[in-house]
Design a protein around this ligand. Structure first.
Ligand code: BDR
Ligand code: CA
Length: 313
């Protein structure tokens, strides 16, 4: 089987964790590396968590690189209120024994994309877009060399989750997002419009636990922890599961529906900082720059995740 090469850029976070674990379990994907970014929690913790994940999956062959510790030109906003003080509260995961790889994650991104055949590496972004923007600014040639950038971020029909108009990843570093959305890279966006449909009901969490392996138990513990905030906020039966939509889109795009549209990022407004202004109805003639995913089949989504997590230790 021809594997597709991917690099994660991430701020784990329980939902980042499930996205990464799913990819590490999937023979269709060759995870070349994981680059961390400050987001849900500070960089030292996102890096620690990424290392804990590769160890949980028995995949310490996958290097973890430290990336940016703050947004391009704003103070860092974090989300311990959702993810807990460690960012990965829930399961009792041991301190990692593995160290981060040497060098900066942004350089790893650039060098890897340049050294591989054009069109062969896909970047999967699960956090604020600081590293991705820095890589594109430092090495604009990688926009064309990438097979694509698939990211979780933004929202249009569902509004925002950190302000009424902004989703967390875009809100934290809107300047970076503006660079990325204007870069010409082939972009696929998994916004709140679809992630809000992927709810981790009790049955779905139980299905992970019943797998009986350590990874399944860890995923169940993570989701049981991280869902409490959203369940209270939305009063839904389960919390949205955001970042795994990116991995699922890589594995089974037919689960999802969307369309090519223009998306611009609001960077100036106080009320609307980080809003993804998505021209879903084509009311402007601005150039289309993203495939915007609006919906997906949540049963197939959870079936895929559960089956893949079941392959791990
Ligand atoms: C996004 O924000 C983070 O808290 C999650 O990990 C996800 O990437 C959802 O808005
Ligand atoms: Ca994330």
């Amino acid at each position: 089987m021809d594997k597709r090469a991917v690099i994660f850029d991430t701020d784990p976070g329980q939902d980042d964790a499930v996205a990464i674990l799913t990819a590490l379990a999937s023979p269709e994907l060759d995870v070349l590396g994981i680059v961390t970014v400050a987001g849900n929690i500070p960089l030292s913790l996102t890096t620690r968590n990424a290392l804990r994940l590769v160890e949980l999956a028995g995949r310490t062959d996958v290097p973890v690189y430290r990336g940016s510790d703050r947004p391009l030109r704003r103070s860092l906003v974090t989300a311990e209120h959702v993810h807990g003080e460690t960012g990965l509260d829930g399961p009792d995961l041991p301190e990692p024994q593995t160290l981060p790889a040497k060098g900066h994650g942004v350089d790893f991104l650039i060098e890897t994309v340049r050294s591989r055949p054009a069109g062969s590496v896909t970047l999967l972004a699960l956090g604020p877009l600081t590293n991705v923007a820095l890589a594109l600014a430092k090495a604009p040639d990688i926009a064309e060399r990438l097979a694509g950038l698939v990211l979780m971020g933004g929202g249009y029909f569902e509004g925002g989750n950190i302000t009424p108009t902004a989703e967390f990843n875009i809100y934290v570093d809107p300047d970076a997002a503006a660079i990325v959305f204007g870069s010409g890279v082939k972009l696929t966006v998994l916004p709140l419009d679809v992630t809000h449909k992927m709810r981790s009901t009790k049955e779905r969490i139980e299905a992970f636990r019943s797998l009986g392996n350590n990874s399944g138990k860890a995923v169940a513990a993570m989701l049981s922890f991280s869902e409490r905030f959203d369940v209270e906020k939305y009063d839904w039966e389960g919390a949205p599961l955001h970042d795994p939509c990116v991995t699922a889109f890589m594995l089974q795009p037919e689960i999802f529906q969307g369309r090519e549209i223009n998306v611009e990022i609001e960077t100036e407004s106080v009320l609307c900082r980080g809003m993804t202004v998505a021209d879903y109805w084509g009311v402007t003639d601005r150039p289309k720059n993203a495939f915007w995913v609006r919906s997906g089949d949540s049963d197939r989504f959870y079936a895929l995740l559960t089956e893949r997590i079941g392959r791990l230790p």
